[in-house]
Write a protein that binds this ligand. Structure first.
Ligand SMILES: [Zn+2]
Length: 335
């Protein structure tokens, strides 16, 4: 593995053929189990990328060493670009680049921008929340390009969101604006992973769809037989298992999908009423696995939102799992 000293600031003259002529920046997506780095061109195209698994138990020092190793692998000996952006699933103060709280990494008050900058020879580093980074990618280059008011909802294992209002990406008083996965949609409903009950995420997040399906299969083993057979055992059922089995015509999986679309529609109607976006962008693995949710959400917005808000268009995100990388790179250009 190359030593850290090999990373030098870009002088623009030593970039390889694949990246020459492009004002590339480096985007990094720091998750709980892996980190991915990418060279990102000014049009949002990923020129080259590299990923590594990481162990949150290693603590900030170990995780940052893994991150630096990932950057070195991505650079392949090319100089480091002049700007670096890091997206992280965390509450982040983007002005200081401090991770205030990252539950999945077990971090509190980690000065990530400063520490990564030190490891990378003093290059400018910006750090931002991953949902905001993904929204920036969709706004600049993707499904939200050209819009001044949009809301992005990301439906993966959890449900996150972020708002652009009047051409500004909103932060909130403690950098947590847009957490619409935790809108209460069922009074006294299912326990969420947050302190609340009945949250949108507790019904339509990937973990929640899986949990609802496992419960249903256990409650009625005959009806759940196809789901369990596809997954191997009941506790291996995932949201994607539910979608696949529903497509094959299984009645129980079909019922779970229909329930999910009702919960999602309820949540989306509240989001559109609250933020009045001209575009509601839906992304994440749940939408990729069941794109049929998009027209159902749009129909609910048209029929049930306040009339001025009901005009919002509902569209699918352009970027998949690369959205935070592209957005992190873009954020680094703004410094
Ligand atoms: Zn919640």
């Amino acid at each position: 593995m190359p030593g850290r000293k090999r990373i030098s600031k870009a002088d623009g003259s030593r970039l390889s053929k694949r990246s020459s002529g492009l004002d590339v920046v480096l985007g990094i997506d720091l998750g709980a189990t892996k980190v991915v780095s990418a060279l990102v061109a000014p049009d949002g195209t990923i020129v080259r990328h590299s990923g590594r698994h990481l162990h949150a138990n290693d603590g900030p020092g170990g995780v940052i060493r893994t991150l630096v190793g990932c950057v070195e692998a991505c650079l392949q000996g090319d100089p480091l670009p002049k700007a670096v952006g890091v997206a992280v699933a965390a509450q982040v103060d983007p002005r200081t680049g401090t991770v205030i709280h990252a539950p999945n990494l077990g971090w509190r008050d980690v000065p990530l921008a400063r520490r990564v900058s030190e490891e990378l020879g003093g290059v400018a580093v910006v750090v931002l929340n991953d949902a905001r980074a993904a929204t920036l990618a969709e706004w600049r280059f993707g499904a939200g390009k050209g819009a001044a008011d949009l809301f992005c909802m990301f439906l993966g294992t959890g449900v996150g969101g972020s708002a652009v209002v009047g051409g500004r990406l909103l932060e909130g008083g403690s950098h947590a604006l847009g957490e619409v996965g935790h809108l209460t949609i069922v009074v006294g409903g299912r326990k969420c992973h947050c302190p609340n009950w009945g949250c949108l995420e507790a019904y339509v997040g990937g973990w929640a769809i899986a949990e609802r399906a496992r419960e249903a299969a256990r409650a009625d083993p005959e009806a759940g037989a196809t789901l369990v057979a596809r997954a191997g055992v009941a506790n291996q059922i995932t949201a994607q298992t539910v979608f696949q089995v529903a497509r094959a015509g299984d009645p129980l999986a079909g019922r779970l999908v229909r329930e999910t679309e009702r919960f999602l529609a309820d949540g989306a109607v509240s989001v559109v009423n609250a933020f009045n976006p001209s575009l509601l962008v839906l992304g994440g693995g749940i939408v990729a696995g069941m794109p049929e949710f998009v027209p159902i959400v749009e129909a609910a917005v048209r029929a049930r939102c306040q009339p001025p808000a009901a005009m919002a268009q509902v569209v699918v995100a352009r970027f998949g799992e690369n959205a935070p990388l592209v957005g992190a790179g873009e954020a680094s250009r703004k410094r």
